[in-house]
Design a protein around this ligand. Structure first.
Ligand code: BYC
Length: 472
C-alpha cells in the first residue's frame, strides 16, 4: 500500500533521500505545467469523481473519490517484481535482467524512455479544451480520468529518468515539461502528438487508436531487460486498458445514435440534418487516427529497432508466445514499394521489428472495428467501417512521400490533392462537429444529441450520477 508521503509510491522512495528530493523539486513544476497546460477551466472550482491508483494489486484499483484535479495524487507505482526474471529475447537471452542501466545502453534506453514520456503530457495538452464541449458529465469525467492517468504515466517515466540517468535524466525531465504539443519551436517528439484534438470524435478515435499504440509500445517495453522499465510499463498497461475502453465505447455510442437517427429519418435523410454524425465522417476520422498511429510504430526497416531487440531493450508484444527469441537469422517477408510498384523481399527479422509490432497492432485494431460493425449490422444499416490500407496517409517509413488511396492503390500527388477530403477530415467536417458540440452538456444524466448514454455508469454509480461537480 502507499504511504502518506508527498509523492505516493511503492518504491520505498523515502529510503533514497537524494532521489526523493530531486522528485520533490520536480513536483511543483509538474503541478504548474498541469495548471497551465492541463484541462482548461476545470482546475479550481470542480471536483471530479476519479479513480486513483493506491496500490498495484487489484484492490488498489477500486479507490474512487471526488478530487480537485490539481490535487490528484500522482504517484510512482511499479508492478511487483517477478522472482529470478531472465532476459526474454535478443543477444542476452536467458541472462538475469538488469536492475541498473548498463553504460553501453544508456543512450538508447534514455531515448526510449524520453520518447515514451514525451507522449504522456502531449496527450493532456492536445485534449485540454475538450471539457468545454463535452457530451455529458459521464464523458467529462472519463476525459479527466484519462488525463490524470497520462499525467501519472509521465511520473512513471520521470521516476526512471531521475533514478537511473543522473544529471542527464533530470534535464530530460525538465524538457518533458518544456516541449509543447503543436508548438512550432519546441514540438512534441512524435508527430501524432502534435495534432490538435478539438472535438470529441477525434478524442474517441485517439483513445481507440493512439492509446492502442500506447498499448503495443508498452507491451514491447514491458519485455525489457531493464527490470524497472519492465515493471513500470506493466503497471501502466492496466491503466491504458481503460483509455481504450473510453475510445471504443465512445465511438460505439456515436454509431448507435447515428443508427437511431438514420432509422428515425427513414434511412434516406442525411443524418447531419438531424444533428447526428454520419458514417462517412466517422470513417474519415478513423482513417486519420489509424494512419497517424501506424506512423507511431516507426519505419518498416529500422536499424534502431534491430539494435533495441539485440540488446534486449525493447521486444515484441507477448514475446513468450514466439518460438524463437534470439532471432538472429530469421527473415520477415516484407512488402516494398519500388519504381511505383509493390514488390516483396525478405529482410532480417530484427530489422523488421517495428513492422512485427505494427502487425500485432493492426490485428488488435481490426478486432475493434469488427465490434463496431456489429452495431451497424444489428441496426440493419448496410454501411461498414474499415481500416484503410497501411500505406494510406503515411508520413513515416517507406510509404511517406507517396500517395495511396484507402485500398492501397498508388496515385499521383494531384489525384491525392483532389480526393483527400473524401478520405480525411476537412475544414467543413471540423466546422460541423464543432457546431454540434458548441454547447457542453453539464446536467447529470443528459447526453448530447449525437451520442447515446453508456450502458452503465462508473463504479456502479448510476448513469445520471454527478460525475463532475462544481465546488459549493
Ligand atoms: N514521428 O528507425 P526509425 C503512448 C523518428 S504512444 C516522428 O524508423 P525507431 C500514448 C525516430 O525517432 C506510445 N519521428 O524508428 C498514447 C528516428 O529519429 P532519429 C509511445 C519519428 O527509432 C496515447 C527516425 O524517425 N511510446 O504511449 O525504431 C496517449 C527513424 O526512426 C516517428 C513509444 O513510442 C514518428 N511517428 O522509432 C498517451 C515507445 N517514428 O534517430 C500516450 C518509445 C520514428 O533519426 N519509442 N521517428 O533522430 C520507440 O520505441 C521508438 O522510438 C519508435 C520508433 C516506436 C518511435
Amino acid at each position: 500500500m502507499i504511504s502518506a508521503e508527498k509523492i505516493p509510491n511503492n518504491v520505498n522512495l523515502s529510503s533514497n533521500k537524494r532521489l526523493q528530493r530531486a522528485l520533490e523539486h520536480w513536483q511543483p513544476k509538474y503541478i504548474q505545467w498541469w495548471r497551465d497546460m492541463g484541462p482548461q477551466g476545470f482546475q479550481d472550482y470542480h471536483q471530479v469523481y476519479v479513480r486513483t491508483a493506491v496500490s498495484v494489486d487489484p484492490s488498489g484499483w477500486a479507490h474512487f473519490e471526488y478530487v480537485k484535479l490539481p490535487e490528484y495524487r500522482w504517484g510512482i507505482f511499479l508492478a511487483d517484481p517477478i522472482p529470478d526474471r531472465r532476459i526474454g529475447f535478443g543477444d542476452f537471452f536467458g541472462q538475469p535482467v538488469w536492475h541498473e542501466v548498463p553504460g553501453e545502453f544508456r543512450n538508447q534506453l534514455r531515448r526510449l524512455i524520453v520518447t515514451q514520456g514525451d507522449t504522456e503530457p502531449a496527450s493532456v495538452e492536445q485534449q485540454r479544451w475538450l471539457g468545454h464541449r463535452c457530451p455529458s458529465l459521464y464523458d467529462l469525467r472519463n476525459l479527466f480520468q484519462v488525463n490524470v492517468e497520462e499525467g501519472r504515466h509521465l511520473w512513471a517515466m520521470v521516476y526512471l529518468l531521475h533514478s537511473y540517468f543522473g544529471r542527464d535524466g533530470r534535464d530530460e525531465a525538465e524538457e518533458l515539461l518544456d516541449r509543447q504539443s503543436g508548438n512550432r519551436d519546441k514540438p512534441r517528439i512524435l508527430e501524432a502528438f502534435n495534432e490538435p484534438i478539438d472535438n470529441w470524435l477525434d478524442f474517441f478515435m485517439f483513445t481507440m487508436f493512439t492509446d492502442r499504440d500506447g498499448k503495443s509500445q508498452l507491451m514491447s517495453l514491458s519485455e525489457s531487460s531493464l527490470d524497472p522499465l519492465s515493471r513500470t510499463t506493466r503497471f501502466m498497461l492496466t491503466e491504458e486498458a481503460h483509455h481504450m475502453f473510453v475510445g471504443e465505447t465512445g465511438v460505439s455510442r456515436i454509431l448507435q445514435r447515428t443508427c437511431e437517427l438514420m432509422r428515425e429519418a427513414g434511412f434516406s435523410e442525411d443524418v447531419r440534418k438531424v444533428g447526428g454524425i454520419d458514417i462517412p465522417t466517422i470513417q474519415k476520422h478513423l482513417n486519420q487516427w489509424f494512419s497517424l498511429s501506424l506512423d507511431l510504430h516507426g519505419g518498416e526497416v529500422s536499424s534502431n529497432a534491430a539494435s533495441y531487440f539485440a540488446n534486449g531493450l525493447k521486444g515484441r508484444a507477448k514475446e513468450d508466445t514466439f518460438d524463437e527469441h534470439v532471432v538472429k537469422d530469421a527473415c520477415y517477408r516484407m512488402e516494398f514499394f519500388e519504381d511505383g510498384r509493390p514488390a516483396t523481399r525478405d529482410v532480417l527479422m530484427r530489422n523488421a521489428m517495428n513492422e512485427v509490432l505494427r502487425d500485432w497492432y493492426v490485428g488488435d485494431c481490426a478486432a475493434g472495428v469488427e465490434r463496431w460493425n456489429r452495431i451497424l449490422e444489428h441496426a440493419g444499416v448496410s454501411e461498414r467501417l474499415r481500416l484503410p490500407d497501411r500505406k494510406f496517409n503515411r508520413h513515416i517509413g517507406m510509404y511517406s512521400g507517396f500517395h495511396f488511396d484507402p485500398n492501397g492503390v498508388p496515385m499521383s500527388k494531384e489525384q491525392w490533392e483532389k480526393r483527400r477530403n473524401e478520405w480525411l477530415p476537412c475544414a467543413a467536417d471540423s466546422e460541423y462537429l464543432l457546431s454540434i458540440m458548441a454547447e457542453p452538456v453539464y446536467q447529470p444524466g443528459r447526453f448530447a444529441n449525437y451520442i447515446t448514454p453508456p450502458r452503465r455508469g462508473i463504479n456502479q454509480k448510476p448513469v445520471d450520477f454527478e460525475y463532475v461537480r462544481t465546488e459549493q
